[in-house]
Write a protein that binds this ligand. Structure first.
Ligand code: SF4
Length: 349
C-alpha cells in the first residue's frame, strides 16, 4: 500500500485493511469490518423499472413497508463498521430520502468514500448544487439506455422521462465542471444479451454529458420481468468474451465492463462468492443482506437485534460456510450471478 493512501485513511481503516490481509477470509465469522457498506436508504422509488425487484414482484423482493433509513440507525452502523472504505447510498431512489445530505456528511467525517446511485430524474438544478457542495466521492446516474425505446424496454416510463434523465445528467456534468469539483461522475447501463453491442454508444453519451466513467452492470436474474428472465443473462460465451476483448476503450472515459456469468454444469449448485465476506448491505428496517445483489431481508438478520450481526450472525455465517465448504447455495439467485465464483476466479468456466 502506498504511504499516501495510509494518510488519507483513518486509523481504523488502516487497521482493518491490515486485518483483511493478516486473516484470510477462510472462516464464517469475520474479524474484520466490511470493505464496503451499501445502504438502501429508502425502498421507495418514483420509477418501476423492469429490472428491479423493489418495484416488481420477484422471489427476491424486499419485505413490504420498510421505512426510510433513520439517521440514528445509520450513524450506529457507520460508527460500528468505520473500518469500511466505501459507502454506497442506493435505493429505491436515494434522492427521495429527506436526510440524505446528513448521511453523506456523517460517513465522510469517518473518511469513508461516499457514492450515490440515482435514476437521475430528481436531479434538479437545486439538488445538483446541493450535492456538489457535499463531500461526495462519486455520483452514478443509472441511465441504462442511449435511446427512448431501449429506456422503455429496461426501465418502463415514457420518452419524456428519458429526456429528463439525460438533461439532468448534462446539467450535473456542466455544473460539476464549472465548480471544478473533484469527484467521479459515472453513467451506468444495465447490460444484457440484447444491448451488449451498444457499449460504444455509451461512451458517446457519457462524453456528451461530461461523465468520466461508463459502468456496465450485467443484468441480474431476479425473474421479475422478461428482461430479468434467463434469456437476457450475459453468459460467458466465446462470442460475448470476444466482443468485450475487441472493444476499443477510449482514453478519456474509464470503462467498467460487464461481468460475464459462468456457464457451469446444471448439477453444480455450489457457489463461492467473496461478497458476504466484504460487503455489508442493509435497509431502513435494519435488515441485512450478504451482498449488493440480494435486497436486505430479515431472513438474514437485523441490526436492531444485534449491531455486530454482520460479523457473526447465524444466517450470514451459514451462507459463508456454504461458500467455504462447497455446499449447495441456499440462495438460488447465486447460481445465475456473475459473482458466483469470485472467491476462486480460476473456477470460472
Ligand atoms: S453469488 Fe451473487 S447473489 Fe450470491 S452472495 Fe454473491 S453477489 Fe450475492
Amino acid at each position: 500500500m502506498k504511504p499516501s493512501v495510509l494518510f488519507k485513511r483513518s486509523l481504523k481503516q488502516n487497521l482493518n485493511a491490515l486485518k483483511m490481509r493478516l486473516f484470510p477470509m477462510n472462516k464464517p465469522v469475520c474479524r474484520h469490518d466490511p470493505e464496503s457498506i451499501m445502504v438502501f436508504v429508502t425502498n421507495r422509488c418514483n420509477f418501476k423499472c423492469n429490472t428491479c425487484p423493489f418495484t416488481n414482484t420477484s422471489p427476491w423482493s424486499p419485505p413490504d413497508n420498510v421505512p426510510d433509513m433513520p439517521v440514528d440507525l445509520f450513524r450506529s452502523i457507520i460508527n460500528k463498521y468505520s473500518g469500511a472504505k466505501i459507502l454506497g447510498l442506493v435505493g429505491g431512489e436515494p434522492l427521495l430520502h429527506p436526510n440524505l445530505n446528513e448521511m453523506i456528511t456523517i460517513a465522510a467525517s469517518k473518511k469513508i468514500a461516499v457514492n450515490i446511485s440515482t435514476n437521475g430524474s430528481l436531479l434538479t438544478e437545486r439538488k445538483t448544487r446541493q450535492l456538489l457542495d457535499l463531500p461526495l466521492t462519486s455520483l452514478n446516474i443509472s441511465v441504462d439506455a442511449v435511446n427512448e425505446d431501449e429506456f422503455k424496454r429496461l426501465r418502463g416510463g415514457d420518452s419524456k422521462t428519458y429526456q429528463t434523465v439525460v438533461t439532468n445528467a448534462a446539467r450535473f456534468g456542466e455544473i460539476k465542471k464549472k465548480k471544478n469539483k473533484n469527484m467521479s461522475f459515472k453513467l451506468s447501463f444495465v447490460t444484457d444479451s440484447q444491448n451488449l453491442f451498444r457499449i460504444p454508444e455509451y461512451f458517446d453519451l457519457a462524453r456528451s454529458v461530461s461523465a468520466d466513467t461508463v459502468f456496465c452492470q450485467s443484468v441480474l436474474s431476479y425473474e421479475c420481468s422478461s428482461v430479468t428472465a434467463g434469456e437476457s443473462v450475459l453468459w460467458d460465451t466465446p462470442e460475448n468474451r470476444n466482443f468485450l476483448q475487441s472493444l476499443k476503450t477510449p482514453d478519456d472515459i474509464t470503462f467498467i465492463p460487464p461481468l460475464l456469468t459462468a456457464q457451469t454444469d446444471k448439477n453444480n449448485t455450489t457457489t463461492s462468492c467473496v461478497h458476504p465476506f466484504k460487503i455489508l448491505a442493509t435497509d431502513g428496517a435494519g435488515n441485512v443482506s450478504p451482498c449488493c445483489v440480494i435486497p436486505p431481508h430479515n431472513r438474514f438478520g437485523n441490526f436492531y437485534n444485534d449491531i455486530i450481526i454482520w460479523r457473526k450472525g447465524a444466517a450470514l455465517r451459514k451462507i459463508r460456510s456454504e461458500m467455504l465448504e462447497n455446499k449447495p447455495a441456499s440462495e438460488s439467485i447465486c447460481l445465475n450471478c456473475w459473482e458466483r465464483f469470485s472467491m476462486q476466479p480460476d473456477k470460472k468456466q
